[in-house]
Design a protein around this ligand. Structure first.
Ligand SMILES: [Zn+2]
Length: 470
């Protein structure tokens, strides 16, 4: 299996530290608002990675943090605290905000059929680990205190900025973003970042903890280093996130962790998902007209899986432009694929036998695609090729599709795909029961009722009923 490593800027063969076990860390949501569909694209990319690893028989320990403290509106120690901002907006406490949006996050990923990670540690449950980490960094001589805060001294780290490929010096002169934000007079160096804030800087924070440096709260980057090491060990295999995390968040995570442990590299492979573009090409943001969430799509008649399919059409390292027309096309294609994978065929995927009947040729092509740095768009075209291939017997086709779906996650084997109204679902259930009892008269009456309501009825060989809108 080959993956693109941001650190080395090339595709590399995956060689985990511990044989068939993979430690995978993904930067999670800041729970002060709903995830926008750009965030969700990143989580989908990580889901394809997780599923592809498991398809290759790796035992994956996946950790995703829930950021419920310490994330300022700028990644570089500036601006308002995001949690406080959410609380102010909605007139709730920060704790209520965190709880509400954490639940919303899980609802979204379940709807998108994203597999749940092994661990979802919350930042507020790991303050002690973060304090211990700062103490280790301090003991190794990489910190200084100024204006009530504890800073990381990037000047002491020779390879600071290695993830972006630049040295500290070139990054200083080359990055307008960093020139702009260089306003904190306490920083020795523009790239230095805060490990621990005390109340002297943000006096009215709700969330504060005692620490050796005074009462306060952790810098945002700290939690990912502390929690990943707690659940995955001091060195692990893959760290993921959106591409916007490369210059600041991930760069700082690497600096502080390697300063604390002295072990290099902390993470073997860094993988980053590209932006979702909206409107006139701007990136999705948590404010303004560009703020589209999963519910926005639902309100327009789309299913979460339509968005999953939409994202599958572009490689994760390519920008993807969001449009309603594009989503409409994805919806049509996905539903057609689902119908083709279900209707009029013997849907038997009962364990071993089914696996033995898979099409070797197609399985090989599929494997090549997904193992080439997650080429999901290609795996999707191979899926369509298989569906359209009349030379493959139906049973073999179904068994193969069912295997593919372990990676695609489109629920191809499941009956429900159209958003059928509840009353139609009930009629279908009654009809399935009638057919089981061989009560053909009732079955026919119910068929007519469903058809009169505007649905096409098709019978599957296993006795189930499938409906499609007329
Ligand atoms: Zn992170």
């Amino acid at each position: 299996m080959k993956i693109y490593n941001t650190l080395t800027r090339q595709k590399e063969e995956l060689k985990p530290i511990h044989d068939k076990k993979v430690g995978l860390y993904c930067c999670g949501p800041t729970v002060y608002n709903y995830a926008h569909i750009g965030n969700l694209r990143s989580f989908l990319f990580e889901d394809f990675l997780r599923r592809t690893l498991e398809f290759n028989d790796y035992d994956v320990n996946q950790v995703m943090n829930i950021t419920d403290v310490g994330h300022l509106t700028s990644d570089s120690d500036e601006g308002e605290d995001k949690m406080e901002k959410g609380a102010k907006r909605e007139g709730k406490t920060v704790w209520e905000i965190a709880e509400h949006y954490t639940t919303a996050f899980f609802d979204d990923i379940d709807a998108l059929n994203i597999k749940r990670a092994t661990h979802y540690p919350k930042a507020t449950d790991h303050i002690e680990e973060m304090i211990r980490l700062v103490q280790r960094i301090e003991a190794n001589g990489y910190t200084y205190q100024a204006g009530g805060n504890v800073y990381f001294d990037t000047g002491k780290m020779e390879d600071y900025g290695k993830l972006t490929g630049g040295t500290v010096e070139t990054r200083h002169s080359a990055s307008p973003e960093h020139t702009r934000i260089d306003v904190d007079p306490n920083k020795k160096h523009p790239h230095d970042f805060v490990l621990w804030f005390t109340e002297s800087k943000h006096g009215n924070q709700d969330m504060q903890w005692e620490s050796p440096w005074g009462k306060g709260f952790p810098g945002w980057h700290l939690e990912c280093s502390a929690m990943s090491m707690k659940y995955l060990g001091k060195q692990f295999d893959i760290h993921c996130g959106g591409i916007d995390h490369v210059p600041v968040h991930h760069t700082n995570e690497i600096a502080q962790t390697e300063a604390a442990t002295g072990k290099k590299p902390w993470v073997k492979y860094w993988m980053h998902g590209e932006f979702l573009l909206v409107g006139s090409g701007g990136k999705m943001a948590k404010s303004g007209d560009n703020f589209v969430i999963l519910q926005t799509l639902r309100d327009r008649g789309f299913d979460a899986l339509d968005y999953r399919y939409f994202c599958m059409q572009a490689h994760y390292r390519k920008e993807l432009k969001f449009s309603w027309e594009g989503l409409e096309a994805a919806k049509t294609a996905r539903r057609r694929l689902h119908d083709r994978a279900n209707v009029g065929t013997c849907h038997d995927t009962s364990g071993k036998d089914a696996i033995n009947r898979v099409s070797g040729d197609y399985m090989q092509k599929f494997n090549t695609a997904i193992n080439d740095d997650l080429n999901i768009p290609q795996s999707l075209s191979i899926t369509w090729e298989l569906v359209d291939d009349t030379s493959v017997p139906n049973e073999e086709k179904m068994a193969t599709l069912s295997k593919f779906d372990e990676v695609l996650g489109l629920k191809l084997g499941e009956k429900e795909v159209h958003d059928t109204p509840k009353e139609i679902e009930e009629l279908i259930e009654q009809r399935d029961t009638a057919r089981l009892k061989k009560d053909w008269a009732t079955s026919d009456t119910l068929r007519k009722e469903i058809e009169d309501a505007g649905w096409i009825v098709e019978d599957k060989n296993d006795g189930g009923t499938i409906v499609k809108p007329k």
